[in-house]
Design a protein around this ligand. Structure first.
Ligand code: NIG
Ligand code: FE
Length: 415
């Protein structure tokens, strides 16, 4: 059914097909969020058919439903390009331990952290895991997420990793929004291979990747490139193994240390390098001179009490920046992209226009869906967020933590 939105106070993100063809917005271009004030927009069955200023609305439009959007913003749905949405159990007991002052290492020593999630996940049947993930995804969609990337990495066994990726494959088939899958077998070394890293690398190369490729279970290869997790050399080796099966790298880089993850990602033409809490000039310049997107995850920095990502320096150096939630039970238990955008403005000094572009169009490019979603462009999916009446675009991040979304449309249907 077609829907006509009339009297839209601000139609935001009306990027032209020319802009989109060029790929993600880099550097100063990120601040340019095209808008039409007092606008109309018409959807088809599932796409954006046409839009423009009210003064130029054709008189003969026939729509199945007409919505008066006076005072409201209509914008592209969020594109969340980095999540760990599939997991068996939350970890709020570790949260309490952290409040009491325990360090990450102490929590891991008590059986917490990624290995805790892996134990729980390996014990859970696929069907239950799928149901939990689907419920979370539906809640994220209601908060305005219209495309998502989901990682494995809580299995760390052949069966566990394949189970996670099969769950993601089912989400792809059943979810109304575009879903992309990243294989993160190299999230941490499992206990069984604590003293045999070579054995685990071979397990990834010889037992996991061939099955993932033959069942078409992943779009990207991910590695946690970090001190105490996977070294730069190991990261490169695993990325290259994935690339042999057509999986482009999309890696965890420079979260806790100057891990060289950025440099390796750029050298391997990674689609994105994600986190980037810990950057030096060399890493910033390296990223700026590349086609790799830097995906910032401010809610993870917030939850872990770390310094935020140097968004301003990255943008000023000319990098392409995306924003994502990193939704996971250990370091970012929130899938709320509205909060991600607010935090980026409040704590990383991003302009509202920059943050919205980074969380929509650039997020879409960071998971290869920039041609079908992420902006208000004719022919793209009608994945849209309609806000409550608000005075301005800046009111969205300013009024942080308040849910200002009135309706979410996915592929032309209200959810
Ligand atoms: O993206 N950095 C590595 N992985 C996750 C957290 C994993 C966990 O604690 O479960 C992240 O922050
Ligand atoms: Fe992550």
């Amino acid at each position: 059914m077609s829907v006509l939105f009339k009297n839209i106070a601000i139609l935001a993100g009306t990027h032209s097909p020319d802009t989109i063809r060029k790929g993600p917005l880099k550097g100063a271009a990120l601040a340019h969020l095209p808008v039409i004030e007092n606008a109309w927009l018409l959807t088809d069955d599932n796409t954006i058919r046409d839009f423009g200023p009210m003064s130029e609305m054709p008189p003969d439009i026939h729509a199945g439903q007409v919505i008066d959007a006076s005072g409201r913003i209509l914008m592209p749905a969020w594109c969340d390009s980095h999540t760990h949405l599939v997991f068996a159990a939350s970890r709020e007991s570790e949260f309490i331990d952290k409040i009491k002052g325990l360090s990450y290492a102490e929590i891991a020593a008590k059986g917490g952290g990624i290995l805790n999630s892996a134990n729980r996940l390996n014990a859970m049947p696929e069907e239950e895991l799928y149901q939990l993930a689907k419920e979370r995804l539906n809640k994220a969609i209601k908060l305005g997420t219209g495309a998502i990337e989901v990682k494995s990495g809580y299995g760390l066994t052949v069966e566990g990793e394949l189970k996670m990726l099969r769950v993601i494959k089912r989400l792809k088939a059943t979810s109304p929004i575009p879903v992309k899958a990243s294989f993160l077998g190299a999230h941490t070394y499992p206990l069984a291979y604590r003293d045999n890293h070579e054995g685990y690398l071979q397990l990834i190369e010889e037992e996991m990747l061939p099955v993932i490729a033959s069942e078409n279970l992943a779009d990207y290869i991910d590695v946690f490139c970090e001190t105490g997790f996977f070294s730069p050399e190991e990261t490169e080796r695993i990325c290259r193994a994935g690339m042999q099966y057509g999986l482009q790298p999309k890696i965890h880089a420079n979260q806790l240390n100057l891990s060289k993850g950025v440099e390796i990602g750029v050298a391997l033409n990674a689609l994105s390098v994600d986190h980037l809490e810990t950057m030096d000039d060399a890493a910033i310049q390296c990223l700026a001179g590349s086609d790799t997107i830097g995906t910032l995850l401010p809610t993870a920095a917030f939850f872990l009490g770390m310094a935020f990502q140097p968004a301003r320096q990255l943008i000023d150096a000319g990098c392409a920046i995306a924003l994502a939630s990193d939704f996971n039970p250990g370091s970012s238990p929130s899938y709320n992209m509205n909060l991600v955008v607010a935090m980026s403005c409040i704590r990383m000094k991003m302009q509202p226009e920059e943050a919205i572009n980074a969380a929509t169009l650039n997020g879409a490019f960071a998971m290869d869906v920039g041609d079908i979603t992420g902006s208000i462009t004719r022919g793209k999916l009608a994945n849209l967020v309609l806000t409550q009446p608000v005075p301005s675009l800046a009111f969205l991040p300013y009024s942080f933590g308040n849910n200002l979304i009135e309706r979410v449309m996915i592929a032309g249907q209200f959810v």
